[in-house]
Design a protein. Structure first.
Length: 421
């Protein structure tokens, strides 16, 4: 319910602002403000819930054909995606694949060479103040003040977003407790460990309660346990209604995202949820079967549910099926009918390292087979003629002429008979 609706219903506003207690809808000036005031409302209030309903109608980020060219190098090529509100959207790829360049275009730090992007309904290069106040950004490098303490850094960032003193103190305490930094709040930033510095940056990005959180590799350089802690907090933030756009070079973190864009060499090679990526990489669900004795999988025929059958061991078979629930029993029946005896059967979940490798290789094969593009002809293979095998009954083979002897005889003068001169 908005300010105007609350005031019109005759009840006092519950927006959290002490001055907004007028019962007359026309007297409530904040009822005429834009959606950007949502940051002023605490999560769960009636005003914030009403605005969240309005904001959920559109995607938080819409990128259409984003391309960025530096001199003669194309960093990002024709990347398109939409970030649904209230979700974790991951941009995943190896170092140098174009993730940070994409985020810089989303934030408005650089302009795209081609294509367009809209964030919370605005173009990044023309962000209004209200739009910027609804975005939290955590860069890849540590950019906070090393000589300020932990609490001073968070308090300073909160003041930049216009938080009043009484609210800012509460928010500083909340985010430091959330990220387990309260006990080191008086320690200087330069004296923190690398993991604590990353958490401090995340605290600064969260202090003003943004509706869109943009994180550039927040888990880079962290140990596995701390990475799990960061993702746990990101899930909690997502569950509170915050939209998160995150990049990472750890392919295994794909599982933590609701939607994933895989980027390689500046190109978008896949866009789906984690399970959809597995199916896209292997053409369906992957199942594994182990037989009690050696079994030849070549005798099996593909059925309506079975697309691919591979022998991975003397007793191990791996197959791709439409649906594991229906395809696995069909494959087991086929093995039994062929004289085999199944010992174990299960649905396999390929690692995202395998998924990423498969999708990247497929993308490279497609680029190599683009129609209409001339390809360099392969050089002809040189044919080498081998001499016939020697006959063992023909006796010893004549040896090659002695080059040294020829050279010696050529250099020595011919003997002249005595008295011929």
């Amino acid at each position: 319910m908005t300010h105007a609706a609350l005031a019109a219903s005759g009840g006092a506003s519950q927006c959290g602002w002490r001055t907004c207690i007028r019962r007359d809808a026309g007297a409530c000036k904040r009822a005429q403000r834009s959606l950007a005031w949502s940051l002023a409302d605490p999560p769960g209030s009636a005003c914030s819930q009403g605005r969240a309903t309005i904001a959920a109608a559109d995607a938080a980020v819409v990128a259409d054909g984003l391309t960025r060219i530096f001199d003669d190098a194309t960093a990002v090529a024709d990347v398109s995606f939409e970030v649904p509100p209230g979700s974790i959207f991951g941009i995943i790829g190896p170092s140098g694949s174009g993730k940070t360049t994409t985020l810089r275009m989303v934030m408005g730090s650089i302009a795209p060479t081609k294509g367009s992007v809209r964030v919370l309904g605005d173009e990044p290069l023309r962000f209004r103040r209200q739009t910027r106040e609804r975005i939290g950004y955590m860069p890849q490098q540590f950019v906070l003040y090393p000589d300020l303490t932990v609490s001073e850094n968070v308090d300073f960032v909160g003041s930049l977003f216009g938080l009043f003193t009484w609210r800012r103190r509460g928010r500083v305490k909340d985010v430091l407790r959330l990220l387990d930094l309260w006990d080191v709040r008086k320690r200087r930033a330069k004296d923190l460990s690398g993991g604590m510095q990353r958490r401090l940056e995340l605290a600064c990005a969260l202090v003003h309660e943004p509706r869109l959180l943009i994180l550039d590799e927040p888990t880079a350089g962290l140990d596995p346990l701390l990475r799990l802690t960061v993702w746990k907090e990101l899930h909690r933030i997502r569950n509170a209604g915050v939209t998160i756009l995150v990049t990472t070079q750890y392919v295994g973190e794909t599982e933590e995202c609701d939607q994933v864009a895989l980027i390689s060499e500046g190109s978008l090679i896949a866009l789906s949820d984690p399970n959809g990526l597995r199916r896209a990489a292997f053409g369906g669900d992957v199942v594994e079967i182990t037989t009690k004795a050696t079994f030849d999988a070549s005798v099996l025929e593909k059925g309506p549910q079975v697309h691919e059958i591979r022998q991975t061991g003397l007793r191990e078979i791996r197959a791709t099926v439409d649906d594991a629930g229906e395809g696995l029993p069909e494959l087991v029946d086929a093995i039994n009918a062929a004289g085999g005896d199944v010992e174990a059967a299960r649905e396999a979940r390929p690692t995202f390292d395998e998924v990423f490798a498969e999708l990247v290789e497929r993308h490279r094969r497609e680029l190599a087979q683009v129609p209409g593009e001339p390809r360099d002809p392969e050089p002809p293979v040189e044919q080498v003629s081998l001499p016939p095998a020697p006959d063992p009954n023909a006796g010893p083979l004549p040896g090659p002429p002695s080059v040294a002897a020829d050279a010696t005889s050529a250099s020595e003068p011919e003997e002249v008979p005595h008295g011929a001169a």
